[in-house]
Design a protein around this ligand. Structure first.
Ligand code: SAM
Length: 224
């Protein structure tokens, strides 16, 4: 994988979990999806995807899951635009329910693989990425499916503006160590492990990890 160029490497970093959803999730998608959706057609320009306001910055969240952190962070920072990217449709339904409850208007959603999404975005345009609890792929022979490997980190760098930032959290120590090593080896970034930022809400996923006594690591990187 290391030998492949950042724009062409492929990786299946998620599990296919099916599209079974609750009635409320299905209704949320049926009623509101067109207002949140960014379709994967043509170029996606982060400066043009929020119609009702001009965001100070636009942050892409990779793997928003059930949208707990996404909705809380978007509600707390209405001047920033958030783009949630998630392959799992029931999770998107859950995020829309939360966004509607909180009357969030600074959120758009893409139902696709981040690798496809980034092919639609020109370089040097994104202000930041949130990557909270990326699938850890615990088993040794599955480690190669982890997202935060050198080619993907190079791709993130290309899409970020200068000074753009990446916030990461994981509750799997071997993955945390790999993340630290992989970013340290990339000269485009400065930063490293940080104390848990207050602005990152605890999600059910994180709660489960903590109940198993997993140690949660947070990282923050900035593109030089
Ligand atoms: C372990 S969950 C964490 C969800 C959420 N961030 C949280 O903290 O609760 C990882 C999520 O990333 C999504 N995911 C994994 N690879 C992805 C990819 N290549 N593109 C988009 N989403 C992806 C998965 O579907 C899953 O919902």
């Amino acid at each position: 994988m290391e030998s492949q160029s950042p724009s062409t490497f492929r990786l299946r970093s998620f599990r296919l979990r099916g599209d079974r959803m609750t009635r409320a999730q299905a209704e949320a998608l049926a009623n509101h999806w067109n207002r949140y959706e960014i379709p994967l057609q043509g170029k996606i320009d982060p400066r043009d995807i929020f119609y009702s306001f001009k965001p100070k910055r636009v942050i892409f969240e990779i793997g928003s899951g059930m949208g707990e952190a996404t909705a809380k962070i978007a509600a707390a920072n209405p001047e920033i635009g958030y783009v949630a990217i998630e392959v799992h449709r029931p999770g998107i339904g859950a995020l829309i329910i939360r966004a509607e409850e909180l009357s969030i208007r600074n959120l758009r959603i893409i139902n696709a693989d981040i690798l496809d999404v980034l092919n639609h975005v020109d370089d040097n345009l994104i202000d930041g990425f949130h990557i909270f609890f990326p699938d850890p792929w615990h088993k040794r022979k599955q480690n190669k499916r982890r997202l935060l490997q050198p080619p993907f980190i190079s791709l993130l760098s290309r899409k970020l503006k200068h000074g753009g930032e990446i916030s990461i959290a994981t509750d799997w120590l071997p993955y945390a160590q790999e993340i630290g090593r992989n970013f340290a080896a990339n000269p485009d970034f400065e930063g490293g492990a940080v104390r848990r930022p207050d602005r990152r809400p605890v999600t059910k996923f994180e709660g489960k990890g903590i109940s198993k006594e997993h140690i949660v690591s947070d990282f923050h990187y900035r593109k030089r």
